[in-house]
Write a protein that binds this ligand. Structure first.
Ligand code: GLV
Ligand code: GLV
Length: 322
């Protein structure tokens, strides 16, 4: 079997592939392939292990060739892959859900706390030698305990964060989702529409998939409904928020702050964002723990192996095509 891995991932998954198929080819450079390199490198492969930074569309699938059975995405999100194009060509697309739920929910919580308690500003304050002793009015932030958390998209990660914050920090939970969520009902959470969620929440955490329907879900209007003390956190996908509108809202202090792990034009940021003190910025680290990334690597490898052995991978995304 002829396999290609578009960038180095943790060894555990690569080892599984080597054990099965011998010397697999892995992009030797620790960077995203250019479009031309990607089109060239997928040629003649039976399976490709790709990343969320690789745009996999019909052209890439055709460049790979009709023998190519699977694009195994090393991510839970698959918005980088054209699923319709894959289904039309009977190419399997798989993802790595579950193993990064805790890590991503933990990162959302880390951003909530860090913005609320101005942890990064505090660190900069200390390092710059400004601290002259305890002060009653220094770097005042927001409470977390007992406040209302709005979960936009109550899937695996949103639900996990809601339950942790409700149980650990007595937060009241509201959420939006297409479906009622039994686990959240059990902890007394209320399903509301997005406008109400924006109006009543002290914290708003984004956990929807990105597709056309969720593009700029949080726009100027939704930002305008938020409380002045509101903190907006995004560990999902950047374009769910209108980042230009967010820069304005933060600049004018219409909300208290934001914690962003993802960006609309990742890796670029919209002008002005990085100059604001009331935003904390992270380079897409939701799943970036050693444990989660290791498990993602074995899961992506197993998906690939299953497909190439003629089985249905456990985490097949475009099931309906098979
Ligand atoms: C990370 O963003 C993922 O989708 O796994
Ligand atoms: C703070 O350090 C306090 O003792 O209140």
């Amino acid at each position: 079997m002829n396999i290609y891995v578009t960038r180095r991932i943790p060894e555990a998954g690569l080892e599984m592939l080597r054990e099965k198929y011998g010397n697999i080819e892995v992009n030797p450079d620790d960077r995203v392939l250019t479009r031309d390199e990607l089109l060239e490198k997928v040629k003649g492969r039976d399976g490709v292990l790709c990343l969320l930074t690789d745009t996999i569309d019909g052209e890439v699938m055709d460049a790979a060739g009709p023998q190519c059975k699977i694009f195994s995405n090393y991510a839970v999100g698959v918005n980088n892959i054209d699923l319709d194009a894959a289904s039309q060509r009977k190419v399997m697309v798989t993802n790595t859900p579950g193993v990064l739920t805790d890590a991503t929910a933990d990162m959302a919580a880390a951003l909530m706390f860090s913005v609320a308690r101005r942890v990064v500003e505090s660190d900069q304050f200390m390092r710059s030698g400004k601290y002259e002793g305890w002060s009653p009015m220094l770097l005042l932030g927001q409470d977390v305990t007992g406040q209302t958390l709005g979960i936009v998209g109550a899937g695996r990660i949103g639900t996990d964060l809601a339950i942790k914050m409700a149980k650990g920090f007595s937060m009241k939970i509201v959420y939006t989702d297409l479906n009622d969520n039994a686990e959240l009902s059990e902890i007394g959470a209320r399903k509301v529409d997005l406008e109400e969620l924006c109006r009543v929440s002290d914290y708003i955490s984004i956990h929807v998939n990105y597709y056309p329907e969720t593009h700029h879900l949080i726009d100027e209007k939704m930002l305008g409904l938020m409380k002045p003390n509101a903190i907006l956190v995004n560990t999902a996908r950047g374009p769910v928020i209108d980042e230009v509108a967010l820069v304005t809202a933060l600049k004018e202090k219409r909300i208290f702050g934001a914690g962003l792990d993802v960006f609309e034009d990742e890796p670029a940021m919209k002008p002005g964002l990085a100059e604001l003190p009331n935003v904390i910025l992270a380079p897409h680290l939701g799943s970036a723990t050693i444990d989660a990334r290791t498990k993602m690597s074995t899961m992506a490898a197993q998906n690939l192996i299953s497909a190439l052995e003629g089985n249905t991978p456990e985490f097949l995304v475009n099931k309906e095509a098979f």
